[in-house]
Design a protein around this ligand. Sequence first.
Ligand code: NAD
Length: 250
Amino acid sequence: FLAGRRALITGSTSGIGLAIARALKAEGADIVLSGFGEPEAIAALCQELAAAHIPADLTTAAGAEILMAGAGKVDILVNNAGMQHVAPVESFPPEKWDAIIALNLSAAFHTARLAVPQMKAAGWGRIINVASAHSLVASPFKAAYVAAKHGLAGLTKVLSLELAEAGITANCVSPGYVWTPLVENQIPDTMAARGLTREEVMRDVLLAKQPTKKFVTVEEVAAMAVFLCSDAAQNINGANMSIDGGWTAE
Ligand code: NAD
């Protein structure tokens, strides 16, 4: 049902973004990939999805401008690129703070401000921001990530109000813990910050949050993104769709 729609998914060379790209492609959308990785792996993804790939660094406004200029007209904008750093606030590296705010929050502002004029002209658009359970609740040692994701949820609400009459919706999709490289890579720092073993981090920090005691899958997050692009979802606007096994119900 997305034939003729062009979807740009930031951070789509891995994890959740890649699953969203695959799911939107399966509904017929044209795909623009963004993000980094091994050249051979990215070339294979471009072939699999008949997609373009634009490797812009989204920690800068200039990078977002390169991405949007290369992407052309975008009907579906999925702001998904993100990173994490785990450290106590007093030793949280300021440069990590700046980079996480830039990628997880400011990049979504830049891509949206550049995509909106074309969406308005077309009278249709979907902005889907991959936030997190951490857009609704906090965890210790994730100052930058939690601040950025709460900010992203706020930005999404503003976009939803400004664009409601133009046929454009803006929503957050907020997963709990999904097994991707982003989660796997934070285990060593979480072990250090909390003085735990790998198994204790998995059981007592990650899955302890999720009442289901299971990781969310990338396909489940992608299915929500597809639904938000459908006509049935045209009045879902400014919402924060939790996919967290009940984490934020507590
Ligand atoms: P991932 O590490 O698997 O993928 C991150 C993607 O972002 C990659 O394609 C990477 O190349 C790209 N990227 C990294 N730095 C970039 C930069 N400077 N410029 C452009 N692209 C860059 O991560 P993931 O787990 O799939 O996470 C995707 C999104 O989902 C993130 O916003 C993350 O915060 C959010 N999220 C993840 C989880 C989880 O448990 N994995 C939970 C909630 C929210």
